[in-house]
Design a protein around this ligand. Structure first.
Ligand code: MN
Length: 749
């Protein structure tokens, strides 16, 4: 096979079977599950699996999925994923079959424990807890995620099964309501895909991203999928041309191998298009060539390098694009050699070289890793990773959304490896600074850090480390952490240690303020008791005593206002407050529902105040959702707003379904970025189309020109998306125009 397929759009058939046919279908899928499991079955296992299947089928008997199919097909499918795509075994299969029973049926945890023992009961319990926290509408998604991670410390299989569960739900998302699709898709791309990546499940990660995109960006998704299909033949021809000479050489060497090309995923192509601002045509031929060697474990590294040398004899490598994860595997276990070489027709091609064993780890991650782990050797990288997570989770009291962000950058990001002066390796997330490194050694080293030496050269604490750096930390006893440090570090560990230190410092300073206040109150004849302190806290609009004492100590509050207080008995009586000034609202013009364009579902009141989010400036026709904010009412965002994924993933329960109604009365502000050749008169032609022919109002126009290329940002008022499309088509048809893209207003900053 020259090219492996991307995820394809393959909706399930609508369910329309008789009871008898249904029963046969369930049995058919169960038998297929047993076939997948056969190589792993030991004596007595088959009976256990059958028991779990029967128990689950009986319990879910009267339940159906949104597609109409019998519910039991879902646990069976999740089990298939765990076996075939993650490489898990019999115990996990049983857990998969039972994963929704305690949550949704009459089966109790005690039943599971009695029938299958402690190990399985514990995992099912973990899975039940996850779904409990995930489905609870009242609490935040981010907080839930933290709880999920806590279960990870018990048994990683809970997370692996949860990932399989989520993948199957994503594969069958078609039957959900639109707002549910958006919520689940964004949660998947925000949390589960990075988690899958971190667990080393590259295929699952990629599929999750592609499926999320299918629901969040349906138009772009379809367009890229279509273009990929159209260009497939051309790509296959090129891959074959590239592979042929290498294949001959490898055969001549007597190596046992497989070689093939693999296109980039739809999601990653789309990311490139967005981030680099290039056209599909400039990235569509991106693919990786994979060489998978069937070498014995003691010869695999040697063989990988042999292949590397043969390929680079044939094609010139790009010197800075060699990635050696043979000598330093990633902490999720990934091992391979990557290089980028100049192929035929002057195209850069990425080549990944690894052994069969390494490939299995690359595809099945954690589970395959454990399978190959032999005897007691160095501490396992996974164990280390779990250890670090446990440490951070055990003392973390920050806001959970912050926590989720920290967690993502600390544990789910790509990583670099750096060395201590003694040559010990430390893994840190990409973007880590010398200060992160210092805290990774010890919090006492971190809080005294004043700089570092990297390869014997002096660098500041904010120095961004790169793989291979050897770092020596310089400390001073006079040093102490400041607020700025929080912006320098990226690791969760460093952040929480700095916050601890700052809090401690604040407490010390606050003690002075406490003393000052006590003297002052006693001087006025008022008592220094919590009642009076609360009154002052309230008066200065502060959230804690600590804050009040601290501000007094730092003279941010000078207590002059106390003159206006009265003392009744020993109690303070605050002066009557002056009428507060209404703050200027920071959002765009507001519309009430009556005169508006928008239909908001699930709201009984017919006057719902809403605002159009400034970050994505939705216009009628855009795919939108409503988001219930605290204080600003309902905020309308585009589903492809840069903030959408974060909002949907963290606060899915606050999402309200909305739809545009037809109305040509109101205009909405939007922006276009036009890039083209700086031809005399082109600006005139553009403005002529906008205000002359289409009679649209221009709210702002800025043009910059450099070496014959201009970039123009235009803000215009349009009625809806249709009108905007019409305008874009007209502009694109102009001579010398390279691209016309809608931009987010945020981009301007
Ligand atoms: Mn499930």
């Amino acid at each position: 096979m020259a090219e492996q397929a991307n995820v394809i759009d393959n909706p399930l058939p609508k369910y329309n079977l008789t009871e008898e046919q249904e029963r046969k279908e369930i049995l058919r899928q169960y038998r297929s599950l047993l076939r997948s499991l056969r190589p792993k079955l030991k004596k007595g296992d088959k009976e256990l699996v059958r028991h779990a299947f029967e128990m689950s089928a009986e319990a879910h008997k009267s339940m159906r999925r949104k597609s109409g199919e019998p519910y039991i097909l879902h646990p069976i499918a999740v089990a298939e994923i765990c076996i075939n795509e993650i490489g898990l075994g019999v115990r996990s299969t049983i857990c998969c079959l039972l994963h929704d029973t305690v949550e949704d049926t009459d089966i109790t945890l005690e039943d599971v424990q009695r029938e299958f023992g402690n190990e399985i009961a514990k995992i099912v319990d973990g899975l039940t807890k996850i779904s409990n926290v995930l489905d609870a509408n009242s609490s935040k998604q981010a907080e839930n995620f933290r709880k999920i991670l806590l279960t990870l410390t018990d048994d990683p299989r809970v997370i692996l099964i949860k990932l399989a569960d989520r993948l199957h739900n994503m594969r069958t998302l078609d039957y959900m309501k639109r707002e549910k699709q958006l919520k689940i898709a964004s949660e998947t791309v925000w949390v589960y895909a990075p988690l899958a990546h971190r667990m080393g499940l590259y295929n699952i990660k990629t599929e999750m991203e592609d499926l999320s995109m299918k629901y969040m960006e349906p138009e772009q998704y379809k367009e890229i999928a279509r273009k990929l299909a159209e260009t497939k033949r051309e790509r296959t021809r090129y891959i074959n041309e590239f592979i042929r000479p290498i294949k001959d050489k490898l055969i001549a060497q007597g190596l046992d191998f497989e070689i093939y090309g693999r296109p980039k995923s739809i999601h990653s192509i789309w990311n490139k298009i967005r981030k680099k601002g290039v056209a599909f045509e400039e990235v569509y031929d991106l693919f990786a060539i994979r060489v998978i060697l069937n070498s014995p474990q003691e010869k695999e590294k040697e063989d990988c390098w042999k292949v590397y040398s043969m390929i680079t004899d044939q094609y010139t490598p790009s010197p800075e694009r060699l990635r050696d994860w043979l000598s330093n595997p990633k902490s999720n276990g990934y091992e391979a050699l990557h290089t980028t070489v100049m192929g035929p027709q002057g195209k850069w091609v990425e080549v990944q070289i690894r052994s069969k064993r390494m490939n299995e780890i690359a595809e099945k991650g954690l589970a395959a890793h454990y399978k190959y782990k032999e005897g007691a050797g160095e501490e396992d990288r996974f164990d280390k990773w779990f250890g670090q997570i446990r440490e951070v989770l055990s003392h973390n009291d920050t806001d959970s959304v912050d926590f989720l962000q920290d967690f993502k950058t600390s544990f789910l990001a790509e990583e670099i490896y750096v060395y201590t002066p003694k040559g010990d390796v430390k893994m840190l997330p990409v973007g880590s600074t010398a200060l992160d490194f210092a805290f990774s050694i010890h919090s006492a080293v971190g809080s005294k850090c004043i700089g570092a030496k990297v390869h014997h050269k002096l660098v500041p604490i904010s120095y961004k480390l790169r793989s291979g750096d050897q770092v020596e930390i310089i400390t001073s006893n006079k040093q102490k952490p400041t607020e700025d440090w929080l912006n320098i570090v990226v690791t969760a560990k460093a952040k929480s240690k700095i916050k601890d230190a700052l809090r401690e410092e604040k407490r010390k300073i606050a003690d002075d303020g406490k003393y000052i206040l006590q003297k002052k109150l006693e001087g006025m004849g008022a008592a220094f008791h919590s009642n009076n302190i609360e009154i002052l806290e309230h008066f200065y609009k502060l959230t804690s005593q600590l804050e009040l004492f601290y501000r007094i100590a730092t003279k941010a509050i000078d207590l002059k206002e106390l003159q206006d207080f009265q003392v009744l008995g020993d109690k303070l009586e605050p002066p009557k407050p002056a009428k507060p000034v209404e703050p200027e609202p920071e959002y765009q013009k507001t519309y009430s529902k009556k005169e508006s364009e928008l239909i908001i579902f699930g709201e009984s009141s017919d006057r719902v105040e809403y605002h159009l989010a400034k970050c994505c400036t939705p216009i009628p026709g855009d795919d939108v959702f409503g988001f219930v904010t605290t204080g600003k009412g309902l905020m309308i965002h585009r589903t492809n707003c840069p903030n959408a994924a974060r909002l949907l993933a963290n606060y899915g329960h606050r999402v309200v379904k909305t739809k545009w109604a037809k109305n040509k009365e109101i205009s909405f502000l939007t922006g276009l970025r036009i890039i083209g050749l700086d031809d005399v008169g082109v600006i005139h032609k553009i403005t002529n189309i906008i205000s002359g022919e289409l009679r649209l109002n221009i709210a702002g126009l800025s043009i910059e020109s450099k070496e014959g290329v201009f970039e123009g940002n235009i803000k215009i008022f349009v009625h809806d998306k249709e009108q905007l499309h019409q305008l874009v088509a007209r502009l694109k048809a102009l001579n010398g125009i390279h691209s016309v893209e809608r931009f987010e207003m945020e981009d301007e900053k």
